[in-house]
Design a protein around this ligand. Structure first.
Ligand code: PLP
Length: 424
């Protein structure tokens, strides 16, 4: 599928008068349309709820947009809980799916009335000792081990993942939790990441539905919800076929009708914790070309760096690039597009076919709406960019200001650099 930027050169030229590059910009219209489609795809399930994975894009303005479509928040840390609390999300709107969890995070999650999703059998005792009781509603994360395959093709390797209970532990854990007073049970599993196929959720659902029937039969646990978690991916590359959420919803429905309904479990709620799918395509990192360099290869230097978008440097991930205003120019040049970090892997693109680029051009790096800004870091003293929202009416709102040196130095209480410089 052809990948088109959701902003134009003319729009960026207006925006930079107020908000300089680099910035992450989010497309409100796209976010809303997608959230609506997801909701419709699972509307057959009475209790359906999406808990947006806050870690993907921890911005209250964006989470609030999703909340209008009934979405809650999936948190896995203290500050993510704080963010959800500040937005005003209540217990039933928060899923706490963490691992290697510090005690104070369980305390906070319990105080908010969040649904706690335990990552390990030892966390049953840890939770009980920490908060003093076992909540009536509780969920456990499942890890079947081995490989997760669909039609003989391996999608991911849960056997190598640190998360979840083994099958045996899950049966044991449900019995223990029930004896300790838990009444409403949930099952959670995240077995493959960034899947660009309509097969993942239906296959996962089938496995979890069969497991749920067995768990109910053997432990007597009243299973109220099954959480398919994240993992629905997005087509980062132009040649990838996007997922069709309507088909995915229909096929999960079919598995539900074939397995849960005949077992008398037709009232089980389906939950999801999508992050990438909700936001990924609706964000661009917009950056300006500030240098070109001709040595053993052709380099284009931009004013963003891996501190603003880590995925290419960290995973070699492909992010499509549009040179704004040159959408229809022939891609007859080959460039490495680089940031300024003193790290040779700070490259947004390697050997990429692009139109001829000039200093001053604006570049939109695609699919940065999830796991983009959020993974930012401060190496080389590089600062975080601003986050902007392109609203449905075409106006632009600042939803997080850019980091400044005073923010970067703020934690030096013991050597207040910023204050010292101000006095000079
Ligand atoms: C990261 C994560 C998600 C979201 O994953 P995506 O790939 O962004 O959909 C959901 N649940 C948990 C527990 C996660 O850690």
């Amino acid at each position: 599928m052809e990948k088109k930027a959701f902003i134009t050169k003319e729009q960026v030229e207006e925006i930079v008068k107020k908000f300089p590059t680099p910035f992450h910009i989010y497309d409100e219209k796209g976010i809303r349309e997608n959230a609506k489609e997801l909701k419709e795809a699972f509307s057959w399930n009475k209790g359906y709820k999406e808990y947006f994975a806050v870690k993907a894009t921890p911005n209250p303005f964006l989470i609030n947009i999703l909340h209008e479509y009934g979405c809650g928040a999936d948190c896995s840390s203290y500050t993510e809980l704080m963010l959800s609390d500040a937005i005003g999300l209540k217990g039933g709107d928060i899923m706490f799916s963490s691992n290697d969890t510090p005690a104070e995070e369980f305390v906070y999650a319990a105080k908010l009335g969040a649904t706690i999703n335990l990552d390990d059998i030892t966390h049953i005792d840890f939770l009980e000792k920490t908060i003093g009781y076992i909540p009536e509603t509780i969920s456990c994360r499942y890890n079947p081990g081995g490989y997760f395959s669909i039609a003989n093709s391996i999608m991911d390797n849960p056997g190598d993942a640190k998360y979840g209970f083994t099958t045996e532990q899950l049966f044991e854990g449900f019995k223990i939790l029930k004896a300790k007073g838990a009444k409403n049970f949930g099952i959670h599993a995240f077995l493959a990441s960034n899947t660009v196929t309509n097969d993942y959720y239906p296959e996962l659902a089938k496995q979890l539905f069969e497991l749920a029937v067995k768990l109910r039969d053997e432990t007597g646990a009243d299973i109220k919800f099954i959480n398919l978690s994240g993992g629905i991916g997005i087509p980062y590359k132009p040649e990838q076929e996007p997922n069709d959420i309507k088909i995915i919803g229909e096929r999960v429905h079919k598995a539900f009708d074939e397995i849960l309904v005949p077992a008398g479990m037709g009232d089980v709620a389906i939950y999801t914790e999508l992050g990438r799918f909700m936001m990924g395509p609706y964000g661009h990192l917009v950056t300006k070309v500030i240098h070109e360099k001709h040595i053993h290869k052709e380099y284009i230097g931009v004013d963003a760096c891996a501190a603003n978008l880590m995925r290419p440097a960290m995973y070699g991930a492909y992010h499509h690039i549009t040179v704004l205003g040159k959408e229809n120019a022939p891609c007859d040049r080959i460039y490495d597009v680089t940031g300024s970090l003193c790290e040779n892997n700070d490259k947004f693109a390697i050997d990429r076919q692009l139109p001829e680029i000039e200093i001053g051009d604006y570049i939109a790096i695609h699919d940065t709406g999830a796991h983009g800004f959020a993974m930012g870091y401060n190496y080389n003293g590089r600062l975080w960019s601003s986050e902007l929202l392109l609203k449905e009416d075409g106006s632009v709102e600042l939803i997080r200001r850019a980091e400044e040196p005073r923010d970067y130095f703020a934690t030096f209480d013991c050597f207040p650099i910023y204050e010292k410089l101000k006095q000079k």
